[in-house]
Design a protein around this ligand. Structure first.
Ligand SMILES: *Cc1c(COP(=O)(O)O)cnc(C)c1O
Length: 227
């Protein structure tokens, strides 16, 4: 049986290989997506030295965050769709939110982030393929969100996130990832503090790194298939 520690090593090796192949010099971070997976799996990853975890379901996520609350090294990223009646839990328990895609949610997170905690790190999720069934803001809505989050006292804008549609067409994915990178570079001209472009998952990590991802989010390749 392959252990989670070995799977982590393999994921890092895969990232390194892609960086070399596509000549990417920036660091590429790995977010371990542990949604639906048990505490024991997260523990195995922590024991292997990993600290950054992504969760998508609020109830389940909070139980995990609380279970590991004594470990101050851990960084929890919320990456799932956000219902406004759940935003308070997210504001109170996470240090990053990658799935902010509308003003209403950004405002609530800012108001609900406890003032004794550091500002919440925010990525704006962009629906780059314009697919009506996907979450994420449209490109035309991006500037308004950026301006608000940049000005919000309890939020720190760190960059952008995208999920592309599941497709075997690597060229199409590369095209969307490149559009995201161009958008990120354009924003960074104006907001030089932006440092995170979160794109690429188990199935499309290479294309994402080729286009300039700075953070890949890996679930299946680390923890196995989800039910
Ligand atoms: C589930 C999920 C992932 C991980 O996907 P895998 O294909 O299992 O690697 C990444 N990002 C988001 C936003 C997810 O919801």
């Amino acid at each position: 049986m392959v252990t989670i520690a070995e799977r982590l090593d393999n994921a890092y090796a895969r990232i390194e290989k892609a960086k070399q192949q596509f000549n990417r010099l920036e660091p590429v971070d790995l977010l371990a997506v542990s949604k639906t997976k048990p505490i024991a799996d997260i523990e195995a990853a922590i024991n292997a030295g990993h600290t950054k975890f992504g969760e998508s379901y609020v109830q389940e996520a909070i139980e995990k965050v609380q279970h590991f609350s004594a470990n101050k090294q851990l960084e929890w990223h919320f990456i799932g769709p956000i219902q406004s009646n759940k935003s308070r839990h997210i504001a109170e328990h996470f240090s990053w939110v990658q799935s902010v895609d509308r003003l209403k949610i950004a405002r609530r997170l800012n108001e609900q982030r406890p003032t004794n905690l550091k500002p919440l790190n925010i990525l704006i999720q962009v629906n780059i393929s314009g697919d009506v069934n996907k979450s994420g803001c449209q490109l035309s809505e991006l500037d308004e969100l950026v301006e608000y989050i940049d000005s919000a006292r309890q939020l720190t804008l760190r960059g952008l996130m995208t999920i592309t549609e599941q497709t075997d067409d690597a060229q199409k994915q590369l095209h969307y990832f490149k559009q995201m990178r161009a958008c990120f570079d354009r924003l960074r001209d104006q907001y030089p503090q932006l440092d995170t472009l979160s794109m690429g998952m188990s199935g499309d990590l290479e294309q994402a790194i080729a286009a300039g991802s700075t953070m890949v989010r890996i679930g299946t390749d680390l923890f196995g298939k989800r039910q």
